[in-house]
Design a protein around this ligand. Structure first.
Ligand code: IMP
Ligand code: MG
Length: 183
């Protein structure tokens, strides 16, 4: 029998068809809002890459697609959300309409720091599109212009989200069996 990662889930929170349906809706909304603009979709690696590629296909506008990769400076500074850029955007975004695509916004610390860095490049506009919003954990309030789903206070995997780099390839979003999560 081949290994099926779906069997490691205790619960499916959002099935694949609901995700794809919502992504189509978000794409339509973004297509309306950015008509005539110079839209750059910027995904935060690695989690958002799965969401971004589906979202990009649901947008009926000429767009540029780019990625940024960040790393936290370590546990001591993690609480401040201070991050370093591991791989920067390739596009220059000055004067363009930048839409930052994230898999999940939790405390909001990482994203608020990233927004600060990107705002300094003076894009014409800067907004956030997040697939998941775990609002109950928010420390820094930040505007999420496009949100897929609000989720409860549980660690989730799938559709790009990982646990120790695994489960990103699940088509749905779910909660792992507790015995598979160490610590
Ligand atoms: P924040 O700075 O607390 O908002 O951190 C958000 C980042 O933490 C996301 O970009 C994810 O990479 C990661 N993260 C937060 N919650 C989860 C989860 O439930 N599963 C997988 N990754 C998560
Ligand atoms: Mg992330």
């Amino acid at each position: 029998m081949p290994y099926d990662p779906l069997e490691d889930l205790a619960e499916v929170l959002i099935p694949a068809d609901r995700i794809l349906h919502r992504v189509i809706e978000l794409g339509a909304e973004i297509s309306r809002d950015y008509d005539g603009k110079d839209l750059v979709l910027a995904g935060v690696l690695r989690g958002a890459s799965f969401f971004l590629t589906d979202l990009a296909r649901a947008i009926s506008l000429p767009i540029a697609v780019d990625f940024i990769s960040i790393s936290s400076y370590g546990p001591a500074t993690k609480a401040s959300g201070v991050v370093s850029i591991r791989k920067d955007l390739d596009e220059s975004v000055g004067g363009r309409d930048l839409l930052l695509v994230e898999d999940i916004v939790d405390t909001g610390l990482t994203l608020s720091y990233l927004l600060q860095i990107l705002r300094a490049r003076q894009p014409a506009s800067l907004q956030v599109c997040a697939l998941l919003d775990r609002k109950v954990r928010r420390i820094i309030d930040l505007p999420i212009a496009y949100r897929g789903f609000e989720i409860p206070e549980r660690f989730v995997v799938g559709y790009g989200l990982d646990y120790n780099q695994r489960y990103r390839n699940l088509p749905c979003i779910g909660v792992l069996k507790p015995e598979l999560m160490i610590g």
